[in-house]
Write a new protein. Structure first.
Lengths: 266, 251
């Protein structure tokens, strides 16, 4: 019997990978103030995932396609109207979710699985899910390392970046699509609703501890992994839904960091 | 070499087909300092962005160092207003100045000794060598402006454009910026800066362009910063003092 034939082993491996992945991208989300966009994304990929499951194609693909449409739509809106994309993003949150729920309702006997979309099912992670998560983790890490300069410049000073010949709008799209990829990858494990907390909370906590992007990123990945493992342990110990306990663990890391930081400064 | 650093001929600039400034005619030679003077919303920033190739030129021709604006980007530098930047962004002063070297560095090639030296020298020139490790957002407004100037210097531009470089800037920083700007133009760089401060324009500029929706006057400070063109540009908020000097008041 292989190591990964054990359900619990696979779950542990997946939370470690997902924790690292969400931590890596989370710092970009927090620093660029894209939390609300990411929330819209988690909800808007929902109908894509449901549709993919109805027509029997890969769920990841369904999520990526709808996510990419949303990301490009938001990028276009932001470009045209400055920072005022919040209203459209808000509509996407509820609209996307409603579409997903409507699609679910059309399928009799399907609603049983609805909760697994919402809060994930870490214990049903397959070996191929693990492979996909490893691949996405590698892609995201490569993007963040090799495109660090244009992403930093475009994020900090988009007009200055454009003046120096960097296509800031193009790099925004690269970042948004990377976020889409992460969201879609982690949704099967922690669900559409809970993915956001695992992306934002460890990163926000890491930002409290470091002003340096690389340090904050490593710290966020560490917090993400710790939240995942702690949540999984709590889940198996007290029989709580894994996605929920992982989210709560991530939230606890943020609250603890905030409290400790205040205590240190005081 | 008699090449103009910047030549605008009958230029109108704007966004999505709507003109913001029209009828701009001017020529700036290497080593000269041009002040764009006009009230808020006059189109000074838009004109600067057009010279950088970031706003559309709707009419006329713009030549930057014998090239189109977009093609001249490798030779131009830009100092934005600090107020538009997020002070919470986790980026150090050194990192911001290093952005000025990205064009030479490319995406991922590690910074070489020459790049680090250029960054250190640029920070030294603006008097902030001791702040290299600080977070950008923790500096004062004037210090941030000096960091952005250092970033532009690190790229060694032949034409430097500054958008309201003295807005909300303390006296020490203003003095440091003025000194560096004089050094740069003495070394042959052409400068364009927007301002609504007539004293700055009179003191610093070789050439003044008065704009408010259109170009109202262009020439030396003595020719342009006088009652008639200022009243045309600013309307009733330009007040003629008894000694022949002009002041601007808020409308």
């Amino acid at each position: 019997m292989n190591w990964w034939d054990d359900v619990m082993h696979r779950a542990v491996a997946e939370v470690v990978l997902v924790g690292a992945l969400t931590g890596l991208i989370g710092v970009q989300v927090v620093v660029r103030r894209l939390s609300f966009f990411t929330m819209a994304l988690t909800h808007a990929t929902f109908p894509g995932v449901v549709a993919a499951s109805i027509i029997g194609v890969n769920l990841l693909l369904g999520g990526v396609v709808t996510g990419a449409v949303v990301a490009l739509g938001v990028a276009a809106l932001t470009r045209r109207r400055g920072q005022d994309a919040a209203a459209a993003t808000g509509v996407l949150v509820s609209g996307g979710f409603a579409l997903g729920a409507a699609l679910v309702a059309t399928q009799s006997g399907f609603s049983r699985d609805l909760s697994s979309f919402l809060v994930g099912s870490i214990l049903t992670v397959s070996a191929s899910d693990l492979v996909v998560t490893v691949a996405v983790l590698a892609v995201v890490a490569l993007v963040l390392v090799f495109c660090a300069r244009p992403l930093l410049y475009a994020g900090f000073d988009p007009v200055g970046a454009r003046a120096s010949g960097i296509r800031a709008g193009g790099w925004d799209v690269v970042l948004l699509l990377t976020i889409v990829l992460v969201v879609v990858t982690v949704v099967p494990a922690v669900g559409t609703i809970l993915a956001l907390s695992l992306i934002v909370a460890p990163a926000a906590a890491a930002r409290l501890w470091s002003d340096r992007l690389p340090v904050a990123t490593v710290l966020a990945a560490t917090f993400g992994v710790a939240s995942g493992l702690a949540g999984l342990w709590v889940s198996s110990r007290w029989n709580v839904a894994a996605g929920a306990s992982i989210s709560l663990a991530a939230t606890a890391v943020l609250v603890l960091s905030w409290g400790l930081r205040r205590a240190v400064r005081a | 070499m008699a090449t103009a650093a910047l030549r605008l001929t009958g230029v109108s600039v704007g966004y999505s087909g709507t003109p913001v400034v029209t009828g701009v005619d001017l020529e700036l030679r290497p080593g000269q300092r041009l002040a764009l003077v006009g009230p808020n919303g006059a189109g000074k920033s838009t004109l600067i962005k057009a010279v950088l190739g970031l706003a559309a030129i709707l009419e006329g021709t713009a030549t930057v160092l014998d090239r189109t604006p977009a093609r001249a980007r490798a030779l131009t530098g830009y100092v934005p207003q600090t107020g538009n930047l997020d002070p919470d962004f986790p980026v150090s002063v050194r990192q911001v100045v290093m952005m000025g070297r990205y064009r030479q560095l490319g995406w991922w090639r590690p910074a070489r000794a020459a790049d680090r030296r250029a960054v250190a020298e640029a920070l030294d020139r603006v008097g902030l060598a001791d702040r290299a490790g600080h977070r950008f957002g923790l500096l004062s407004g004037g210090q941030r402006q000096r960091v952005l100037l250092a970033r532009a210097i690190a790229a060694q531009p032949r034409l430097l454009l500054l958008d309201e470089p003295f807005n909300g800037v303390d006296a020490v920083s203003q003095e440091a910026i003025v000194r560096v700007l004089r050094e740069l133009s003495a070394a042959g760089a052409a400068l364009v800066l927007s301002t609504h401060d007539l004293a700055v324009a009179r003191d610093l500029a070789d050439l003044v362009c008065l704009i408010n929706g259109r170009q109202w006057a262009v020439g030396t400070p003595a020719e342009t910063l006088t009652a008639k063109p200022l009243r045309q540009t600013y309307g009733s908020s330009a007040i003629d003092l008894a000694d022949g000097r002009m002041v601007l008041v808020e409308p």
